[in-house]
Design a protein around this ligand. Structure first.
Ligand SMILES: [Fe+2]
Length: 124
């Protein structure tokens, strides 16, 4: 199986799961379908980011590098800031802070550098 066929197949599977979520009224079925979507997308994003994107980036042209960057950006910034961040406010200040601390610790573990919040300059 080629990389692109594998990813296409996963896109189709997730799309069909989304359609099933929208169609079903059954709370438990919706719950199970959502869980399946999250699991599928987690694996999908991982193999794209760990294997596919670096392979495409390795083509080495400016276009390849730009498209890989765009894919990262599309996966992340737009949708998250538009829809998910406002929703995340429902977690409440204390939990947002606690989740943020855990994430900052992971950033530090990955990069060896302290995470800086947006909008603040470097404090040094
Ligand atoms: Fe994808």
């Amino acid at each position: 199986m080629t990389a692109t066929n594998l990813l296409k197949k996963q896109h189709q599977e997730v799309k069909s799961l989304f359609r099933r979520v929208q169609k079903t009224e059954d709370t438990e079925a919706r719950h199970d379908l959502r869980k399946e979507i999250i699991n599928n997308l987690t694996v999908h994003a991982k193999i794209e980011e760990e294997i596919f994107y670096p392979a495409v980036r390795g083509i080495g042209t400016e276009k390849a590098k730009d498209l890989v960057l765009e894919a990262y950006e599309e996966h992340h910034a737009d949708e998250e800031e538009k829809d998910m961040f406002p929703l995340a406010q429902k977690l409440g200040e204390a939990q947002l802070e606690a989740v943020g601390e855990r994430m900052a610790a992971r950033v530090e573990a990955f990069t060896g550098q302290a995470a800086e919040p947006a909008g603040r300059g470097r404090r040094r």
